[in-house]
Design a protein around this ligand. Structure first.
Ligand code: CMP
Length: 138
């Protein structure tokens, strides 16, 4: 069992899709072991996406991620990082396979409904930004 970090993004919470996204997550066998709905501050979003600071879309990304509530989550399961990335689909929803969260729900490459960690190492860093150990209940 491993863990990954997930964000249900503003484009999805705005359209009342939290439950629909969670249904896809749970159907894959991943367990939601921590979850909270928050509004990210600009500082939190900039820290979280620090790796993309130099990218042309950075300011737009920060504006989108702070514009409405997000749901931050810890998911647990077999090879959780890889399993969640598979069910999320490609960053660009046009390239995402049928049945994936982004194919089902994403609006665009920027407003792509969900984030998932890209490695076990980043999962641990991202989880620690939002949850204490005591808040994660498997
Ligand atoms: P995420 O998986 O959260 O990681 C970085 C985010 O930046 C990505 O999802 C998208 O929301 C956004 N992003 C990546 N590439 C682009 C792009 N070309 N244009 C706009 N936003 C992007």
């Amino acid at each position: 069992m491993t863990r990954t970090f997930s964000i249900i993004k503003p484009d999805a919470t705005r359209r009342n899709l939290t439950g629909a996204v969670n249904a896809v997550i749970e159907a894959t066998g991943l367990r939601i072991v921590a979850q909270k709905r928050v509004i990210l501050s600009k500082a939190q979003a900039e820290q979280f996406y620090g790796a993309h600071k130099e990218r042309s879309f950075f300011n737009e990304l920060i504006a989108q991620m702070t514009a409405a509530p997000v749901v931050v989550q810890v998911l647990e399961g077999t090879d959780a990082v890889k399993s969640y990335r598979a069910i999320m689909g490609d960053t660009n929803p046009e390239q995402a396979p049928v049945g994936t969260i982004r194919k089902l729900f994403a609006l665009s490459i920027g407003e792509n409904s969900v984030h998932g960690s890209d490695s076990d190492e980043n999962a641990a860093i991202e989880i620690a930004q939002f949850f204490t150990d005591a808040e994660i209940v498997g």
